[in-house]
Design a protein around this ligand. Structure first.
Ligand code: MSP
Length: 644
């Protein structure tokens, strides 16, 4: 059976950060694991290069769009090559054969009657490359996903009949419980579909940086919507619409994605595939979001973690280990140098590195580096049994997409190895003339290390090759079968000395991230490790306090001309006596109702322009079918009093 594993294709509007590295590490680990087991595996990654966002980024950088895309795409490819990512294909959506495949898919859907032409009028978020209905906008203006300002766009568009697939999708989710992993993420998708699907605009006329329409439609005004173009990469990479030689890998076993793009993969993509009469991917694995020292990473804060910088400081494989071990798949995780260093020193250096050093040292001293498993069963059957139980349990953790549990279990092998040395004290046995017993202890630990190295190989390929080199064997499908599946012991061999694998790290090797602006409310100290939560929607108290809420007194209020919804307010926030906030409350309050009253303000919101006016904050309000009401303090409070 073959396996097909993918990462998202990365936008070429900026360089890779550790969020990108994380998805790529997980996918690479799984691909390597499948290959180790002897599966014929195809692993795809690449770059997503079309759309308005890329066109605008290139313009900002004063570069022709294609050149800009070429340059950024190359930074991703070079980084993955430097990290030894074992992709079988690096796709670019500007590749000719990809674009031909997209046109072919469009034609098939069109001929089937799933695509039709109409007009679209709506609010468009350029950053998310998505239209939103007015009801979903925040404050009648902002994108519900990224919070940026949206633009009103009216244009002719081709539409995909997504609404026709509502029932089919719901049926599919119900019949395939593990389609969306982890399961806790499935409900948000199911509820979204149950809420009703509108047909999806799948072309644009407002810019030209996209895949052209198929020539059979003879409609040059339009280019394809970037998400239609991007999602199709998963089949064009296998030759869809051209030389279909690799289509036997379809359907994908798993598409790895971040939680922010789950909806595209779990709703649009299956619907497109149904329209194309192709089978659906077996799993969509949605992971959580990475923060740095508890703060959201952003270019403006200057706290984005560059995977290259971390790898140069701490080693790329140590980073892989840390990211996979630190966070339960699906949950948000935090990158902190402290947590990273702790894991390097205790798990990699102490548990694993020292064990190897001890074996090299003892075998050198006791038997001139020769290891022989001849007496292992006689003296250490208990340890062999414990070791085999761990080995047998491992498979299921990767199958359930729990790399952190996989590694946690795997580490039990080093505990067994370190424990048996402690207990058997081979140095005492050597003194007492029990050389056979002492050598059996060294040999059982060498066997444990060898098997652990095989199983750790998908996570740390180079490091484990060095361990295998020291133990005079090679890690490949055959040794996996012999040592792990058939539980054979190593033959007689000579240990090779290797330099220590994991030097201890005494202090942070990178500059700390710049500290975030202090907010007026005292923050709870952040935990460096994520708390395991069943419900991914829960937040830490510290996250709540990242929002600065304050009591404000409305000093001035006026209507915004030509706007049905907006009022312009000047609010006294204590230290700042004239904060301008433009709020979408005109249908519910007149300016006179507001002047002199108190409101609750989100005071640390990034300023944005609404109908040409700066707005620096947001009012708390509650809205239901009876209308909207502002949330206000029960008794008058000094302007600027923190809420929370
Ligand atoms: N181009 C689309 C994907 C198209 S797939 C057909 C895209 N690109 S992206 O470059 O913006 O994001 C790629 C991946 O990186 C997404 O899975 C996203 O979730 C992930 N991450 C971006 N920031 C992240 C963190 N801070 N933490 C973890 N992953 C994050 O979306």
């Amino acid at each position: 059976m073959s396996k097909y594993i993918t990462t998202p294709i990365y936008y070429v509007n900026g360089e890779a950060h550790i969020g990108h590295a994380y998805t790529t590490f997980i996918a690479d680990t799984l691909a390597r694991y499948e290959r180790l087991k002897g599966e014929d595996t195809f692993f795809l990654t690449g770059t997503d290069e079309h759309g308005q966002k890329i066109e605008e980024s290139a313009a900002k950088n004063n570069k022709p769009t294609q050149q800009f895309a070429d340059e950024i795409s190359a930074t991703f490819k070079n980084l993955w090559d430097e990290f030894d990512i074992s992709y079988d294909k690096f796709i670019r959506t500007t590749d000719e054969d990809h674009m031909r495949g997209v046109q072919k898919a469009f034609e098939v859907m069109y001929e089937k009657g799933d695509i039709y032409k109409d007009f679209y009028e709506g609010h468009y978020c350029v950053s998310c490359e998505t239209f939103f209905p007015e009801t979903q906008l925040v404050d009648g203006e902002f994108c519900p996903d990224c919070g940026r300002s949206t633009n009103i766009v009216k244009e002719e568009s081709y539409f995909f009949r997504l609404s026709n697939y509502e029932d089919k999708l719901l049926k599919y989710y119900a019949e395939h419980e593990d389609f969306i992993m982890p399961r806790s993420r499935a409900n948000e998708v199911i509820n979204f579909v149950k809420g009703g699907l509108r047909d999806l605009s799948v072309t644009r006329t407002s810019f030209s940086w996209g895949v052209k329409m198929p020539s059979s439609l003879n409609d040059d005004k339009h280019v394809m919507y970037v998400w239609l173009d991007a999602l199709l990469n998963y089949i064009t990479a296998l030759g869809y619409g051209g030389d279909e030689a690799n289509m036997n890998y379809w359907p994908a076993d798993i598409h790895f994605v971040g939680k922010d793009i789950l909806r595209f993969h779990a709703i649009y993509w299956p619907a497109f595939l149904m329209s194309l009469d192709l089978p659906l991917p077996k799993h969509i694995g949605a992971h959580g979001w990475w923060t740095r020292d508890g703060e959201k990473m952003s270019k403006s804060k200057g706290n984005v973690v560059s995977p290259k910088e971390v790898a140069d400081a701490y080693g790329a494989e140590n980073l892989r280990y840390f990211m996979l071990r630190e966070v339960p798949f699906g949950q948000d995780g935090d990158f902190s140098q402290r947590a990273f260093i702790d894991r390097i020193n205790s798990e990699l250096s102490n548990d694993l590195g020292n064990l190897l050093n001890r074996i090299i040292g003892m075998s050198g001293k006791y038997s001139d580096f020769e290891i022989d498993s001849v007496d292992v069963v006689k003296y250490h059957s208990k340890e062999l049994e414990a070791m085999n139980a761990v080995l047998d349990s491992l498979d299921s953790f990767l199958e359930k997409l729990q790399p952190h549990r996989y590694l946690e279990e795997l580490w039990k092998l080093f505990a067994i190895g370190n424990g048996v040395i402690q207990e058997s004290e081979p140095w005492v046995k050597m003194k007492n003339g029990q050389k056979d017993e002492a050598l059996a202890t060294v040999a059982v630990v060498a066997n444990i290390l060898a098997k652990a190295a095989v199983m750790l190989h998908p996570v740390m390929p180079k490091t484990t090759n060095t361990i295998a080199d020291a133990l005079a064997f090679e890690i490949n499908t055959e040794s996996y079968k012999e040592l792990v599946v058939d539980k054979k012991l190593l033959k007689v061999f000579n240990i090779k000395k290797v330099p220590p694998l994991f030097p201890r790290v005494e202090e942070p090797l990178m500059q700390e991230a710049p500290k975030a602006e202090p907010t007026p409310i005292v923050k709870e100290e952040k935990k460096s490790k994520p708390v395991a939560q069943e419900d991914d929607n829960l937040i830490e108290i510290g996250q709540f306090f990242e929002t600065s809420l304050k009591v404000g007194t409305v000093v001035e209020a006026e209507e915004v001309p030509k706007s049905k919804k907006l009022l312009k307010l000047q609010i006294d926030l204590g230290e700042e006596s004239n904060r301008q906030v433009v709020a979408g409350i005109k249908e519910f309050y007149s300016p006179q109702d507001l002047i002199g009253t108190q409101v609750c303000v989100v005071a640390n919101l990034k300023p944005a322009k609404l109908m040409g006016m700066m707005s620096a904050g947001m009012l708390l309000a509650a809205k239901d079918e009876d209308g909207l009401c502002l949330i206000r303090p029960e008794k008058p409070k000094k302007a600027g009093t923190p809420v929370g």
